[in-house]
Design a protein around this ligand. Structure first.
Ligand SMILES: [Zn+2]
Length: 325
């Protein structure tokens, strides 16, 4: 099968590799659509903390079950599925806290095991979620990014009626905005790029506003500084976006955190339960996603996809590994 293989920092290409065989408890999924995100850009062009090389990236995957291991009895050939990308041990301290995304033995599809930028991918049957008939692949492929947003809102302890400042109007920022609204709170997205503001319904200016919850969904130290300055007393700041290695040191005024009783909390990835919640939000239409798709590309157009994401020329880029150019 054809797959995108990353062999080292900046060393990658489309290769012919053996089609994987599912283990006893696994399914083989023919990839329908794989979402492309900034994490993939990092993995492919810049490297990533969690990456095990060589690797086939792609952690936002939906597709069709085409083969099953002999122990799989909860699925059928032909089922349309979303693959929750994490495999956790369900037994360590972090798993027991409900933070399986921080599992000590976490194995993420597209990082530690082959992902969806390929014609086929295997997954434990326990990680896949059947997609109901009314949901098409292009909507369902947003389950992963939406799940990560729901994890961030959970960790930010969002309550109905609160105000939320979201820095960054990319795919994650927009999904955070829509999920915030769906949960009965009031989002404001701060995005300097006029092209991106179009998706947000106009200009939003944080001047003079303070927020109960601030979420930074753009890898920018300036955004973090700004977000902290707009945090209400008892406000929570969610560190949602990572920073490039050179930018990792940020000065924070701990006296302000102290006097204003504020909280800073990290959010990274998502747990299986977030996918079930995300699925409900997509099924009942409380979060709409399809208008965010700006590019649909075959795997061979990888460089184009990388450029679009690197230079923020689109919102959501989708890859179709089983469609030839
Ligand atoms: Zn664990």
């Amino acid at each position: 099968m054809r797959a995108l293989v990353v062999r080292g920092l900046g060393i990658y290409g489309i290769e012919e590799v053996p089609k994987p065989k599912p283990n006893r408890d696994e399914v083989l999924v023919q990839v329908g659509v794989a979402g492309f995100c900034r994490t993939d850009l990092k993995i492919i062009r810049h490297g990533h903390r969690d990456l095990v090389l060589p690797c086939i990236p792609g952690e936002e995957v939906v597709g069709t079950v085409v083969e099953m291991g002999e122990e799989v009895n909860n699925l059928r050939i032909g089922d349309r599925v979303y693959i929750y990308p994490g495999i956790s041990c369900k037994n360590c301290k972090n798993c027991n806290k409900g933070a399986e995304n921080l599992c000590e033995k976490m194995r993420i599809m597209g990082f530690h095991r082959p992902g969806g930028f390929a014609e086929y991918v295997t997954s434990p049957a326990s990680s896949v979620i059947r997609i109901p008939e009314q949901l098409d692949f292009e909507t369902a492929v947003f389950l992963e990014p939406l799940s990560c947003c729901l994890n961030a809102l959970e960790l930010g302890a969002l309550k109905e009626g609160e105000s939320v400042g979201i820095w960054g109007g990319g795919p994650a920022g927009i999904l955070l905005k829509r999920a915030t609204s769906a949960m009965g709170a009031y989002p404001t997205v701060i995005e300097p790029d006029p092209k991106r503001r179009a998706f947000l319904g106009g200009l939003e200016d944080p001047k003079g506003q303070i927020f109960d919850l601030c979420i930074v969904a753009v890898g920018s130290p300036i955004a973090y500084k700004e977000a902290i300055s707009h945090l209400a007393p008892r406000g929570r700041l969610v560190v949602f976006s990572g920073l490039l290695p050179k930018e990792e040191t940020l000065l924070v005024d701990f006296n302000l955190i102290h006097y204003l009783e504020q909280t800073i909390v990290g959010a990274y990835g998502c747990s299986h339960r977030h996918a079930l919640y995300a699925l409900q939000l997509l099924i009942n239409g409380r979060v709409e996603v399809k208008d965010l798709i700006t590019h649909r590309l075959p795997l061979d157009h990888l460089e184009t996809a990388l450029d679009i994401v690197e230079h923020r020329r689109g919102i959501k880029v989708l890859i179709y590994p089983n469609i030839q150019r």
